[in-house]
Design a protein around this ligand. Structure first.
Ligand code: SF4
Length: 169
């Protein structure tokens, strides 16, 4: 019998593995993900903004309104992407469930991916508070038992240990 640990699948923000999906078109891969986590887990990339149909590059989006139901709106045009982003996210989380994804590493401060670090505005130009991005909030509601962290300060070994512990129940 082999003593090898079973393969785990981790969903990650697609920009963290260098996919060309960011609003500004820049490459912003994360070494802890590409060099550390990728050696220990199979990565499943997710980008809710490109998934919703946004181009690259694109105008930035921000979150407005209530923390429990924020709207994602283009900062220049005011285009409301909320319904399209949320529809893509629900389908993506269905795929994650089918794949047995066991944890999530998302990009800090993004209005889609930030885990408690996305800016939420009451109105354009108003002061902001912090909340979950649309994807992070949906993950928290749907998979409350699975580890969910951001890239910044990621301790790969500790995160993978948490994932394996959660998977054992
Ligand atoms: S932070 Fe999230 S929404 Fe933004 S580019 Fe990365 S994966 Fe896409």
């Amino acid at each position: 019998m082999s003593g090898a640990l079973p393969t785990i699948r981790i969903a990650v923000s697609a920009c963290l593995i260098g996919e060309p999906v960011r609003y500004d078109g820049l490459e912003k891969s994360c070494a802890a993900v590409t060099g550390g986590l990728a050696a220990l887990a199979e990565l499943v990339p997710l980008c809710p903004e490109v998934g919703a149909g946004m181009p690259v590059p694109r105008e930035a989006v921000d979150l407005f309104g209530a923390a429990n139901a924020p709207r994602m709106v283009g900062v220049v045009t005011g285009e409301d992407w909320t319904a399209r982003a949320n529809a893509w996210i629900e389908a993506a989380l269905d795929r994650c469930a089918a794949l047995g994804v066991a944890g999530f590493v998302l990009k800090a401060r993004s209005p889609s991916c930030g885990v408690g670090t996305a800016a939420l505005y009451e109105a354009p130009g108003a002061s902001s508070s912090r909340t979950d991005g649309l994807l992070a909030g949906a993950i928290r509601r749907r998979f409350p038992h699975l580890p969910l962290v951001e890239d910044e300060g990621l301790d790969v070994e500790a995160f993978v240990a948490r994932v394996r512990a959660a998977a054992r129940g």
